[in-house]
Design a protein around this ligand. Sequence first.
Ligand code: PLP
Length: 377
Amino acid sequence: MDGGIVDSLAPKLAIDSGACGYLTIDLAALCRNYDKLSTIVAPARAAAVVKADSYGLGANQVSKALYERGCRHFFVAHFIEALRLRPQLRGDATIFVLNGLLPGNEAACADGGIVPVINSLQQLRQWSEMSRSLHRRLPAVLQFDTGMSRLGIPPEDRSAVAAHLQTSDDVDILFIMSHLASADETDSRQNGDQLAEMCRVATEFPQYDVSFANSGGIFLGGDFHGVLARPGIALYGGAPTSGVANPMEAVVRLEVAVVQTRTVLEGARVGYGGVHVTKGKTRLATIAAGYADGLPRSLSDRGAVYYDGVRLPIVGRVSMDSTTIDISALPEGALSFGSMVEVLGDHQTVDDLACDAGLISYEILTSLGHRFHRQYR
Ligand SMILES: *Cc1c(COP(=O)(O)O)cnc(C)c1O
C-alpha cells in the first residue's frame, strides 16, 4: 500500500478548497489492475470501459493513465461521452460507443473519428449510407444479442446483416462483439448458453474477430476472452465475481469530515422522521456527506463508517448533505469536529458499502459526489 494513502487516515483538519471530504483515486492501483487483467487475457488485449465518467472516477484522468499503460481501446456508452473524451486522447486510441448512434449523429461521429457499435440492421444501413456519401470506408463494430435482450442485432436479423455485408463493402467492421448478462455468477447457466450462441455468430461471420468478456467474463476462462476484453468495474477495484475473494486492488478511498459531535441521553431521536431512538446515553457525530454526495439513503440505520479501524454505525436517516454516526465505541475525545472518518478505504470496500446499502458497487461508484476534494495519485 502506498505510504501517503495510509497516512491520510490520521486525523486531518485542513480541507482543501472548502470540500467536505477527500475522494482519493489511486491511478497506480488502477494501472496495476489493468496489468493484471491484461495478463489474464493475453494474448488477447484488454480495453477499458470508461462510460459514466469512468464509473464516476473521472474519464479523462482514468483514460489518460490507462493510455500511458498501453491501453488503446476505450468504450463509452453515449456518443456525447465520446465527443468529450476524443480530444483528451491521442489519435492511436480508439473510442467506441456501446449504445450506438441516435439518428442524426452519423456525420458528427464520422467527423470525430469515433467508432459506433452497431446494434441493428437499421444502424448498419445508416452507417453504410454515411460511408458512401463521404466516400470513406467508415469503421464500426457489430454487436450481436446472444441472450441478454438489451442491445445488439437479434438472431433473426443475422442473415440480413450478412447479406448486407456481402453486397456492400462500404463499412469497415473492426470486430464483432456481444455482452454477458451473468458473468459475475460463475455458476450461471446463462454464461454457457451465451458462449454457445456467440460461437454460432462467429461461425456465421468467420471473417471477424470477437470481443466478448466484461470484468466477470475475464474470470470465466479463455473461451470467453476473444481478442479484446472489455473490463470496467474490475479496473476500478470492484469485485468481478460475486461470492469469491476480490482479486482486484482498491482504487478509491473516501474520507469525510466530522462537522459536529454531541452526547445525547436515552430516548433521543436522531435524524429525519425520528426513526432512530437512542437506547442509552450515546455519543454521536454528524459527517459532511449525505445522499447528494453518494451515500445512498438505503444506508439509513444500516452500515457504518470507520475511524482508527473502529466501526461507527450509521444511525437515523441519511440526509441530503449529512449523516449521523454513533461514535460511542471510540474513547471519549478520540474524534472531534474536523476529524476525517473513512467511508471507503482499508476497512470498508466499495462492495462492502454496496452490500450494506442493498446496491451494487457500480451504483456506489457512479454516485460519488462532486463536493469532495478529488485527488489523483
Ligand atoms: C458496461 C459494459 C462493460 C463493462 O462491464 P463490467 O461489468 O463493468 O466489466 C462491457 N461491455 C459492455 C457492452 C458494457 O455495457
